[in-house]
Design a binder for this molecule. Structure first.
Ligand code: FE
Length: 205
């Protein structure tokens, strides 16, 4: 987060960086040699950008909010509980769900690269992959939260989880007050992507 907008706006990322150039060059060579099919690659990216996304994770969270047995299962065996809703596959093979409480707030980062639970959140936003987020989330989580407009009570402990190729974390945010009358679908609409990474809170009804 070298600039004032921690969110994944693209306005100042229009130039192609050296890493993107290398990726494109590699992709071109692999396609020319017939090792990869560009159409298959496009289909894969389209799937994760449009079909699979935070709406999946939001359904998991909403179900946990209304169904205590599902919530317990989710906290004990997230991979199975999430798969029971039909969300499984690559980058989500070993899921762990961490639950926010008034005493403890969880935040997820991948300090090494960009490990992220694709089946429930889709592809990671640009800021999640950025070096500033990856280093500062660990050093100064409260400052990072402030950049995202989140201020927690001073007494709330912040715990940062480092996602890896083996384990991907999903935050179970606290159910907003005043939502007792809402059904699962209406609740899911309150669950933002960032609230499941821990850099945001659910919308208020
Ligand atoms: Fe990673």
């Amino acid at each position: 987060m070298a600039h004032d907008h921690p969110h994944d706006h693209d306005h100042d990322h229009s130039e192609i960086g050296p890493m993107d150039l290398r990726v494109r060059a590699l992709e071109t060579v692999l396609a020319q040699k017939g090792y990869i099919d560009p159409a298959a690659l496009d289909a894969l990216i389209d799937t994760y950008q449009t079909r699979i996304g935070p709406c999946n994770g939001a359904r998991v969270v909403a179900k946990a909010w209304v169904d205590p047995a599902y919530r317990r299962w989710l906290l004990e065996d997230a991979t199975a509980a999430i798969a029971s809703l039909g969300y499984s596959g690559r980058q989500g093979e070993h899921m762990v769900v961490v639950e926010n409480t008034p005493e403890r707030h969880h935040m997820v980062v991948c300090t090494l690269c960009s490990c992220y639970p694709w089946p429930v959140l889709g592809l990671p936003p640009t800021w999640y992959k950025s070096a500033p987020y990856r280093s500062r989330a660990v050093r100064d989580p409260r400052g990072v939260l402030a950049d995202f407009g989140v201020t927690l009570p001073a007494g709330t402990e912040i715990r940062v989880w480092d996602s890896t190729a083996e384990v991907r974390y999903l935050v179970l945010p606290m159910r907003p007050a005043g939502t007792e009358a809402l059904g699962e679908e209406a609740l899911a609409a309150l669950v933002t992507r960032d609230s499941m990474i821990g850099t945001g809170l659910p919308r208020q009804p």
